[in-house]
Design a protein around this ligand. Structure first.
Ligand code: SF4
Length: 345
């Protein structure tokens, strides 16, 4: 059996682990604080522990620590893309975006993705494995340490379908919001899903204050099927019902992500149909000019088409924004940097 990873233990588990090795309960608090507040990478840094305890932790435990494979900085807006190497040599991608209201980090939840959305680079090589809670947390910790800047918002929208890694993502939320750790507010966390209905309902029942962002991308079932194979399993009607359920249970407004693909889902009729679909919900629509990837022939909608689409939704009383394209000059699309890195090595 492998060693226990200290970074993946929540506060209660840390207490239980310390009890197991005969240490006093307050040691758990100290170690948890070193790892999750002071962002220590190894027991050797935990200077208020006895030498004996530090040696025991070093010898018998792991502590997840991602290593940086590459960092790219956008010359346009300062966005930074990080490629991290995991212990098993897989690589994952995370992004730091700087906004007026604070820094936001977009993290990956899996190595690759099995969902097969047609416009997405992350799924082209398939799915390799789920990330642990520690591997998700450490993307944020590492970026905070490397940039020297505090992270205030976290979005789980990088590579992977977060709700396909449910137990780990839930533990990640719990640890990220723990007062003994970074203590990020639930309201500052957004999780995306392509529409795994049973998990959306399960998450609703947890009654967290996390924002749910549904990757919608089409206004009817036939068109969604063309873009997102998950629609074979869960129909658009079922997904919309799950969104309503999430709002009822949590009171959190749903965000609909809608990638505009030139000539595919950006026509006037699409906007009308989308407005009718989402109008009954308390929601926000985020329009995303699709980032072209070389493996697919999708093109971005023209600026005028995007503006018209937005205006049409607004006239129907829908709350809508166009997502700013962050880091376009550094392989802006999700999964693109990881793919180009893997092609090089
Ligand atoms: S958009 Fe998200 S769910 Fe769809 S393939 Fe890409 S990473 Fe997976």
């Amino acid at each position: 059996m492998g060693k226990v990873d200290l970074k993946t233990l929540d506060f209660q588990e840390m207490k239980a682990e310390m009890a197991k090795i005969g240490e006093k309960p307050f040691r758990a608090g100290q170690i948890y604080q070193w790892i999750h507040q002071k962002l220590a990478d190894s027991p050797n840094e935990m200077t208020n522990l006895s030498k004996n305890l530090r040696d025991t932790l070093t010898e018998h435990y792991d502590c997840t620590c991602l290593s940086v494979a590459e960092v790219l900085t956008s010359q346009i807006d300062g966005t930074q893309k990080y490629l991290f190497e995991l212990k098993d040599q897989n690589v994952i991608e995370s992004v730091l975006m700087r906004y007026k209201h604070g820094n936001s980090v977009c993290i990956s939840s899996q190595v690759g993705c099995k969902m097969g959305c047609r416009f997405c680079a992350s799924t082209i090589g398939g799915w390799t494995r789920n990330l642990t809670a520690a591997e998700m947390l450490d993307q944020i910790y590492r970026i905070q340490k490397l940039s020297g800047e505090r992270v205030s918002n976290v979005v789980v929208m990088g590579t992977g379908e977060p709700l396909d890694n449910y137990d780990n993502i839930l533990k990640f939320f719990q640890m990220l919001t723990d007062e003994h750790g970074l203590n990020i507010s639930q309201r500052n966390i957004t999780v995306s899903t392509c529409g795994i209905v049973p998990r959306m309902k399960q998450l609703a029942d947890e009654q967290l204050q996390i924002t749910l962002a549904l990757s919608l991308h089409a206004s009817n079932q036939a068109k969604r099927l063309e873009l997102m194979p998950i629609s074979n399993k869960y129909s658009l009607d079922e997904v919309i019902d799950a969104c309503k359920y999430y709002f009822e249970k949590t009171g959190r407004r749903i965000t609909f992500e809608y990638s505009l693909v030139g000539g595919v889902n950006d026509k006037k009729e699409d906007a009308d149909e989308l407005a009718a679909l989402v109008k009954p919900l308390n929601c926000h629509v985020n329009l995303i000019p699709v980032n072209p990837i070389k493996e697919r022939d999708y093109v971005q909608s023209q600026k005028k088409v995007i503006d018209n689409f937005k205006n049409k939704l607004e006239k129907c009383g829908i709350n809508v924004t166009i997502r700013r394209e962050m880091g376009r000059d550094i392989n802006g699309a999700c999964g693109q940097l990881r793919r180009s890195y893997m092609e090089k090595v």
